[in-house]
Design a protein around this ligand. Sequence first.
Ligand SMILES: Cc1cn([C@H]2C[C@H](O)[C@@H](COP(=O)(O)OP(=O)(O)OP(=O)(O)O)O2)c(=O)[nH]c1=O
Length: 196
Amino acid sequence: MRMSSPDLILASASPRRLELLATIGVAARACPVDIDETPRPDEPACDYVLRLAREKALAGREASATPLPVLGGDTALSLDGRILGKPDSDEQARAWLRDFSGRSHQVISAVAISGPSGLLDACVISDVHFRLMEETEINAYVASGEGRDKAGSYALQGRAAMFVSRIEGSWSAIVGLPLCETAQLLSRQGVTPWLA
Ligand SMILES: Cc1cn([C@H]2C[C@H](O)[C@@H](COP(=O)(O)OP(=O)(O)OP(=O)(O)O)O2)c(=O)[nH]c1=O
């Protein structure tokens, strides 16, 4: 992989989006930003993740002082009109997984890229169906710690794949960054390292 010259700045503290970008040949340099992630009253989930992705990209633009494009992303879940981010506690994670058991919820993922073409963004909604889970499985999964820093308290790319019987949408969006839409936005910002 090309390590010396990044294609863009990733306004994120999480290694996951860096790894996802690397899978499509994009080298990013991480620039962590700190923004308030509290949803506004009655804010629709897509509006919420788009707002946070844009705020991350703009905060990254200010913090990094670089001409490179700056990418922000955000992922949250929607279930019965509630927006779920990362769990506050193991107890909350267990309660959420009980809610997911035997039904579908939505994962909403946004990307925003600040670059020469302005601030471009996209929001992707995916349906994730969980099979019925036993209480012992839920307890063991939460105790594994895998879901602690993940939206909705699970990782589809990890052990939680055991519980997900089907998805309708974008796998990469569910695990943190919609790569199809990201590549299209990057092209519009003049970044196409996969063509080199
Ligand atoms: C649903 C799901 C989420 N996630 C992750 C993706 C995101 O990293 C995280 C959602 O939190 P985010 O707030 O979107 O991102 P982050 O805190 O990891 O990184 P930053 O804010 O610094 O950019 O949940 C998975 O890894 N797998 C999954 O199956």
